[in-house]
Structure formats: C-alpha cells, structure tokens
Design a protein around this ligand. Sequence first.
Ligand code: TXA
Ligand code: MG
Length: 330
Amino acid sequence: MKVGLKTQILPADEDAMAAAARCLSEGGLVAFPTETVYGLGADATQAPAIARLYEAKGRPSFNPLIAHVADIDAAAQIARFDTTAMRLAEAFWPGPLTLVLPKTAQCKVAELATAGLDTVAIRVPAHPVAQGILRAFGGAVVAPSANLSGHVSPTTAAHVANDLSGRIDLILDGGAVSVGVESTIVACFGEAMLLRPGGLPREAIERVLGRALQRLPEDDAVNDDAQPLAPGMLASHYAPRTPVRLGASHVAPDEALLAFGHAAPDGVHAAKAVMNLSAAGDLGEAAANLFGYLRILDAKGARAIAVMPVPHHGLGEAINDRLRRAAVGR
Ligand code: TXA
Ligand code: MG
C-alpha cells in the first residue's frame, strides 16, 4: 500500500460535495458521512479505484461492498426488485436499509465490488451530504465503512482520519452521524432474510411486510466460513484492541466500563474509565454513542472493556450484534 497520500479534510459544503464528485470520477477515494456511519466511497464502475479502496482498508477482497445510489430509479438500473423489495424500498429509502438483490443485465457495478456474486447490495442513504455527493456524481458509489478492516466503524470525520489519513484522497466532515450503527441488510430474492441487524429495527421491517423476516442461520452469522451468506459478517468484524467482556454486573479496577441505563454496577467508582451509552436507557442514543465510546475506552489501556447488558429489542438487536462481534476479538 502506498501510504503518504495527502488526505484533504473539508467541511461538507456544496463546493466540497462537488469536489468529492470530481475526485470519485477521477478514480479517487472519498470518505463522507451517511446517517449510519462514515463511508469510504469509490466509483462503483472503476475496478482500479475499488482495488485501491480494498487496499486502503486492508479489506479481504472476497467481502463485497454496498452500492450507494441517490434514489429508487437509480437502484432499479442496477438490481431487480420483486414486490417485497419494492415495498421495503418505498417504505424505508432514503434510510438505513440495504437490500441484497439480483443484478440486472445492465448492472455496471464492477465484479470486484460484488466479489463475483450475481447479487448486489444497494442502499439509498438519507444523509444530505451523501445525497449531495451522489447527485453531483450521478452514478453509483460503492462504500464500506471508512475504517481499517476489522476496526470499529467511524461515526465522526476524526475517526476516519485516525484510521485512513495518508491512505485516501478526501474526507468530507459533516459532523457526527445520527444513527451510529451500520444499515440493516435484508436479502430480497425468495423469502426476505435478515442478513445483518442494523440502524433500521427488524420490527419496523416486519410491520411493513406483515410477517417475520427469515433469520440468517446462527452458524453463518458467527463462523468465519469461506462462503457465508453475508460474507462480511466475520465473527471478529467490529473489534477494538482491548478484550471485551459482555453481560457485566461488576467492573474490576483494571477494567473500563461501558454502561447502559442508570444502574451502577459493583466497582464502578474504582473502574479505570466509565462511559454510559445512555443513562436514560434510550437505545437510539446508545446506538449513536456505541462506536465512539468503544474507541475512547479502547484507548484507556484497560485489561478489558466490561459491557453492561443492553435490551435486545429495536436498535438493541444491532447494538448487541456489534458488541458480540467485538467480544470475539481478533
Ligand atoms: O451503513 C452502512 O451500511 C455503511 C454505510 C457506509 O453505508 N456501510 C457498510 O458497509 O456497513 P460494509 O462494507 O462495512 O458492510 C457491507 C456488508 C458486508 O457485510 C458485506 O459482506 C455485505 O454487506 N454484502 C455486500 N454485498 C453483499 C451481497 N451481494 N450478498 C450478501 N452480503 C453482501
Ligand atoms: Mg464495516
């Protein structure tokens, strides 16, 4: 990897969005905010740019990328929507939902970005900066989270700079994101199946469908298989460097505590550091704080990060999924 690129960081105004679109057309790598997490974008049709993107992230290239487009019409150029897919797109786009769909014959997303699959993951982000870039650029932008592979996803421009400075061309700073966990991924060919819990609660999707989503077989979600259904769902995907201990009801003096709610676990006053995801017990607030707080606690030199239980409904499903992966370690 050629490190030592000059990475520009710009406030995300109209000029910066136009510059981002130009940079993408020229094969550049641009990090930008979406409502879920910051993404690292490349032109979906330029294989060399996508190769650079995988290299900048240190990402295994069998792990396919999400194509981001401005609206449903642009998505329909790339993928085939059945009735279920169209219903979900109309209900939740723009927003934190990714659909995995069969490619159309004229799909121009590079094979490298879809890892040779005949399906493609697509999402229409709601963030005004992401929308502004996509409209100025006029095509599909593939974008994984803008972190080094295996590291915690970035929710601010500073997180992106920490991981990727010198490895990418441009970062648009649009402030902290609002959702804080990645999009929910649903496969829509045959029975709709939840591949990754995320920023759109499963319950909201099931209300629109009027039925339960199929679940990914547990093995597929946890094992680091050669051919998992959701190839990116590697067990250790979201790991901080410090070991993570789940279900904590006490904290040791050499541990950092990631708290939730107002209960004070034993040892809290002696703990090395304490961050509370949401003292009020609000899952939306907890999701928005999750990755940033993990990064902060990861820097405290603690023996472990002890994590209090988080309820497993609504956004709690995505929070617990990321915490479980963080606890597997690397
Ligand atoms: O919120 C998000 O989704 C963020 C922002 C930047 O949009 N992006 C994101 O991308 O989380 P990434 O690359 O970190 O995660 C994409 C996931 C991976 O687990 C990948 O394996 C899965 O989507 N994926 C992509 N294409 C797929 C396909 N054709 N079939 C199954 N899974 C797919
Ligand atoms: Mg990621």
